[in-house]
Write a protein that binds this ligand. Structure first.
Ligand code: ITT
Length: 197
């Protein structure tokens, strides 16, 4: 049986593949279906977008699909950029643009507390979906540090560490991250279901 990882983000796909043990399942991704249109992420919650991505890809392929919607929630910014993390600095913006905007918005703020959140949705081929979530608390530092990871990783130091996610080894990030927590819950809740597909 095939399971489709409903993402076109290569970094995210690599993290999901290295964290989650898919056992006997044949795992493909949205990159294997270039003709399927991009899912428009127009919901105002991570849950809404994760379910939308999983359901649309499951229905388009006739396979089970798993989607990840993630965001960075910054306390002093009232939870922004949150569900809008990918397009924080505007449509077609780069990770560098987003990081620059985040530093600008946080300049002079006392609190630099933040958390990454991930919602994972699993949809059957008919479009019936369930979700789990995970989070990782930390702080936003004042300049970019490190080359690993992607997105906001060079600005985020997880609680209990002094390096950013972009400085830490990927093995460490993949053990403690928001995505790792969510995939751990996915494993607890769906291992039996996935192994019976
Ligand atoms: P898909 O929708 O195709 O999966 P995406 O990049 O659009 O890929 P999201 O909608 O979940 O993914 O957007 C989340 C954004 O939040 C992403 O573009 C990054 O900027 C950021 N982000 C998500 N996970 C992250 C992580 O582990 N480390 C750093 N930044 C992350």
């Amino acid at each position: 049986m095939k399971l489709i990882i409903a993402t076109r983000n290569a970094h995210k796909l690599e993290e999901i593949r290295s964290i989650f043990n898919f056992q006997e399942l044949e795992v493909l991704s949205a990159f294997d279906f270039p003709d399927i249109p991009d899912v428009v992420e127009d919901r105002d919650t991570l849950e809404g977008n994760a379910v939308k991505k999983a359901v649309e890809i499951a229905q388009a392929t006739g396979c089970w699909a798993l989607a990840d919607d993630s965001g960075l929630e910054v306390e002093a910014l009232g939870g922004a950029p949150g569900v809008y993390s990918a397009r924080y600095a505007g449509e077609e913006c780069s990770y560098a643009d987003n990081n620059e905007k985040l530093l600008r918005e946080l300049s002079g703020k006392e609190s630099r507390s933040a958390r990454f959140r991930t919602v994972i949705a699993l949809s059957d081929p008919g479009g019936s979906a369930q979700t789990v979530d995970g989070e990782c608390p930390g702080v936003i530092i004042e300049e970019l540090r490190g080359e690993n990871g992607f997105g906001y990783d060079p600005l985020f130091v997880p609680d209990g560490y002094s390096e950013t996610f972009a400085e830490l080894d990927s093995e460490v990030k993949n053990r403690i991250s928001h995505r790792a927590q969510a995939l751990q819950r996915a494993h607890e809740q769906w291992a039996n279901l996935l192994s019976s597909l």
